[in-house]
Design a binder for this molecule. Structure first.
Ligand SMILES: [Zn+2]
Length: 179
């Protein structure tokens, strides 16, 4: 009995050898081929955050703004380099607008950042601002000028941010100091 034509159309290689050199290809999953990568995916955000942090710390030559310890030094007891962090003065959760602004970041060693009783921004907020005002008046003023700004309709593109940060790290862009 003759098969209906439609059945033959759907199974072109059923009774023939597959032409050599043509790899078997499964059908692409629904919508897969047309879907553009999301520039604001969590992956891109993480990349933008990491590069922002690196730019801030590079700019400070990995030196803690508060205690002067260098992230290029090694702990003599462990042989492990001291860790430096980039701290957001305007918190990243508060402002998308300033989250990746280099001037919003300061370089602190892990201890001063997270634990120092007298001036860690995460352990002693009041002490932190007092210390910042004293040792880094430029950064302090930058913060005071902008801390109450709101940017309700800010559009972000983290992929682009990550790319700009990489350009800065590669020395292609040298940001102007602003105050
Ligand atoms: Zn420190």
């Amino acid at each position: 009995m003759k098969k209906p034509r439609t059945a033959l159309k759907r199974t072109p290689f059923k009774n023939k050898a597959r032409p050599s050199g043509i790899a078997h290809q499964s059908k692409p999953r629904e919508g897969r081929a047309r879907k553009k990568p999301d520039p604001n995916s969590p992956y891109q955000l993480k990349k933008a955050d990491n590069r922002w942090s690196k730019v801030v710390r590079e700019k400070a030559d990995y030196k803690c703004l508060f205690c002067g310890r260098s992230g290029r030094d090694y702990n003599p007891d462990t042989g492990i380099p001291y860790v430096t962090n980039a701290h957001h003065m305007i918190p990243k959760g508060v402002s998308k607008f300033y989250r990746h602004n280099i001037n919003n970041g300061i370089c602190l060693c892990f201890y001063c950042h997270k634990h120092h009783e007298e001036w860690s921004p995460h352990a002693n907020k009041t002490g932190f601002w007092k210390k910042l005002k004293k040792v880094a008046p430029v950064e302090y003023r930058w913060y005071m000028k902008r801390k109450d700004e709101v940017h309700p309709s800010v559009k972000v593109n983290y992929k682009q941010v990550a790319s700009v940060m990489q350009d800065i790290l590669d020395g292609k862009l040298l940001g102007e100091e602003e105050e």
